[in-house]
Ligand binder design. Structure first.
Ligand SMILES: *[C@@H]1O[C@H](CO)[C@@H](O)[C@H](O)[C@H]1NC(C)=O
Ligand SMILES: *[C@@H]1O[C@H](CO)[C@@H](O)[C@H](O)[C@H]1NC(C)=O
Ligand SMILES: *[C@@H]1O[C@H](CO)[C@@H](O)[C@H](O)[C@H]1NC(C)=O
Ligand SMILES: *[C@@H]1O[C@H](CO)[C@@H](O)[C@H](O)[C@H]1NC(C)=O
Ligand SMILES: *[C@@H]1O[C@H](CO)[C@@H](O)[C@H](O)[C@H]1NC(C)=O
Ligand SMILES: *[C@@H]1O[C@H](CO)[C@@H](O)[C@H](O)[C@H]1NC(C)=O
Length: 347
């Protein structure tokens, strides 16, 4: 049985490699359908950066870095500070919700809540379509966020407060925040600054993995859940520089924000992050012009609105060997992890 499925996989893989090298290099980038209604448009992004956390067994060698820093209660703007450590940021291809695990602990250490956060090692994310498949915990008392960050006044957030989830009336809000010089002026109260809005998810975010997405464009950011448009933010608060991409799970005990801390240890699980973006790096821009001298003549890959098993340029496992070299051992051959062998869109 095992051998058979192995053979089938390598056969499928060989044919995929053949097809990709022939047709789907996406050397001229990726297009996404963004916005909605009259604001809808097709946008081109030059670069893909994708991580399938079902394959990551060791974060240290991946394209992601666990964050290890502390925040005081004052800077966390709550009753407690935060203690971000490696121990709260785990790669797990086992268990009920395999993937990256960001853990908020019920245990308080010296007035700090143990919290988990990761940042992509590269920091050249500019305009782009940013997507992450996440399962949230129903336990009240945490903030889970998928966010883009340059500094405290250039930030794009999708934040989920578990205490606000209401299964009884099917109410699952997501807080959409841009931090800008406007929120600096109001002591980072984005509500007062008018750069905060809430949207309701059309599903229960704790019932399984769902894809959260924001498209960062010049002067506007569009937000989505499971490929469906939620809302947008525009105006002067939209960032104007390149920055970092992060996922975080924390609590500060503040009754009007995270509440909590949670009564037990709770996990935010992340299956994958897929990003298609323009880089701020001059080297990356030059590399694009070189591999694609004329966009109209090269291969441009159209991004699906939602296609969980589709990766276009999943080049590394654990940041190490390339998929083409067959180092599938990274996924440990375990359960659902190996089920979704990489599918390359063939155009
Ligand atoms: C991304 O860069 C490409 C190549 O320079 C450009 O054609 C495209 O318009 C840029 N996309 C956005 C959204 O700015
Ligand atoms: C695919 O990934 C490799 C390795 O990170 C990178 O060198 C290459 O530029 C990427 N290609 C595209 C089209 O994003
Ligand atoms: C946390 O992990 C990183 C590698 O991901 C390592 O460089 C660092 O030393 C670790 N920090 C601690 C305190 O163990
Ligand atoms: C954060 O605080 C904890 C608890 O006091 C301490 O053990 C840890 O060393 C601190 N980490 C950093 C990076 O300061
Ligand atoms: C953030 O970066 C922008 C752009 O460089 C700059 O104008 C702004 O002053 C910075 N904000 C903070 C809080 O440093
Ligand atoms: C659900 O009920 C809560 C109060 O329990 C209320 O704050 C919220 O607005 C309601 N949501 C919807 C979508 O009606």
């Amino acid at each position: 049985m095992k051998l058979l499925s192995c053979n089938v996989r390598s056969f499928a893989w060989a044919s995929l490699v053949f097809q990709t090298t022939v047709a789907a290099d996406c050397e001229c980038g990726y297009t996404a359908e963004v916005g909605t209604g009259e604001s809808a448009s097709t946008q081109l992004f030059t670069r893909a950066f994708e991580t399938d956390f079902h394959r990551v067994t060791d974060l240290r060698t991946s394209e992601w870095r666990p964050q290890t820093y502390n925040k005081t209660a004052a800077s966390s703007r709550g009753d407690y500070g935060r203690f971000y450590s490696n121990a709260s940021t785990l790669a797990s291809i086992e268990g009920p919700d395999p993937g990256l695990q960001l853990i908020v602990s019920s245990q308080i250490v010296n007035g700090l809540v143990r919290s988990g956060e990761v940042a992509a090692k590269r920091q050249d994310f500019f305009h782009g379509s940013y997507r992450a498949s996440i399962k949230l915990s129903p336990e009240p008392g945490t903030c889970a966020a998928f966010y883009w960050y340059f500094n405290d006044t250039q930030e794009i957030d999708m934040e989920f407060l578990s205490k606000d989830f209401r299964p009884e009336n099917n109410s699952y809000p997501v807080n959409i925040v841009l931090h800008s010089s406007l929120s600096l002026a109001t002591g980072f109260d984005a509500v007062k600054a008018g750069t905060w809005t809430q949207a309701y998810l059309p599903f229960n975010p704790t019932d399984g993995f769902h894809e959260y997405r924001f498209d960062f464009l010049p002067n506007v950011v569009y937000f989505y859940a499971d490929g469906k448009y939620l809302t947008k933010m525009d105006g002067a608060a939209v960032p104007t520089v390149g920055g970092q991409l992060l996922l975080t799970h924390w609590s500060n005990g503040k009754a009007t924000w995270t509440g909590g801390p949670p009564k037990k240890d709770v996990v935010m699980s992340i299956e994958y992050v897929k990003t298609y973006f323009n880089s701020t790096s001059p080297d990356q821009q030059a590399a694009f012009t070189k591999r694609c001298p004329d966009v109209s003549k090269g291969s441009v890959c159209a991004l699906p609105a939602l296609e969980k098993d589709t990766f276009f340029n999943l080049t590394s496992i654990n940041g190490g060997g390339s998929l083409g070299s067959g180092s599938g051992s990274g996924s440990g051959g375990g359960s659902s992890a190996s089920g979704g062998y990489v599918l390359v869109m063939v155009l």
